[in-house]
Design a binder for this molecule. Structure first.
Ligand code: ZN
Ligand code: ZN
Length: 257
């Protein structure tokens, strides 16, 4: 069994807790120590139980709390060379760094970690598929488009966390300045609802047990739109789904053999 829960998802902070056996990994840490501890406590976990942190990229909503977490609890932080350099150039000092090759799988206790690269306006953005006990959890946020290699990485997953960042019409009509609309909606920005739904439609299958929609924009999206899309794409399928929020994250979601 793999279980996973979002501690909060969106442009004001991200962290995903994933557990298999006795191993607990955090993907990204956009929350400071106090908020992180509170949100972990809701799930019955204390920060000391985090075995390692995987970082997707250097944007602050993904790394704001990682230095404090690594300093306080000594857990190793895995990241690409580009992400490491980007943090160093901003004078962000994080101890216990472990550089990864985004094209090579590696083992972290009960997990095989399969990194894959994505198009996003960061130095070397890397997303992850986590495999354990014959199960695969695919994670994808912060990508402006879907490439064939991303599709290949996510095929056959039993659980997915997928970015549904914005509704293209809401972004176009919304309050963002033109440059920001271009950035968010561009090929190095974020997946919109339509792109995410198309990706999900191409990945759905009998293996897929649960989908967590994530990284919703609070300005340019609405959970109701995403819920309606998920209901449509997954109609008649055995797949459960939930929408993660910025403030509350999600409940524990579970995938089974
Ligand atoms: Zn982000
Ligand atoms: Zn980002």
């Amino acid at each position: 069994m793999i279980r996973f829960a979002s501690l909060g998802s969106g442009s004001r902070g991200n962290a995903l807790l994933v557990q298999s056996g006795r191993t607990r990994l955090l993907i990204d840490c956009g929350f400071g120590p106090r908020v992180l501890a509170q949100r972990l406590a809701r799930l019955g976990v204390v920060p000391e139980q985090i075995d390692a942190v995987l970082i997707t990229h250097e944007h602050s909503d993904h790394v704001a709390g990682v230095a404090a977490l690594a300093k306080r609890y000594g857990c190793p932080v895995y990241l690409s060379a580009g992400t490491r350099q980007a943090l160093a150039s901003r004078q962000v000092v994080v101890p216990h760094l472990e550089e990864i090759d985004p094209s090579a799988a590696f083992t972290l206790q009960d997990f095989d970690v399969h990194p894959y690269t994505v198009p996003h306006d960061a130095a070397e953005p890397t997303q992850f598929v986590l495999a354990s006990a014959g199960l695969r959890l695919g994670v994808l946020t912060d990508a402006g488009s879907v490439t064939p290699s991303m599709h290949e990485a996510l095929r056959g997953c039993h659980g997915l966390m997928l970015e549904f960042n914005h509704d293209a019409d809401m972004l176009a009509r919304g309050p963002y300045p033109a440059f920001l609309k271009a950035r968010v909606g561009g090929a190095l920005g974020h997946l919109d609802n339509g792109m995410a739904a198309d990706l999900l439609a191409s990945l759905r299958g009998d293996a897929l047990q649960v989908v967590l929609a994530a990284h919703l924009s609070e300005t340019n999206n609405h959970p109701d739109h995403v819920e309606a899309l998920l209901a449509r794409v997954l109609a008649g399928r055995p797949t459960a789904w939930q929408v993660a929020s910025q403030h509350a994250g999600s409940d524990w979601l579970t995938i089974h053999p």
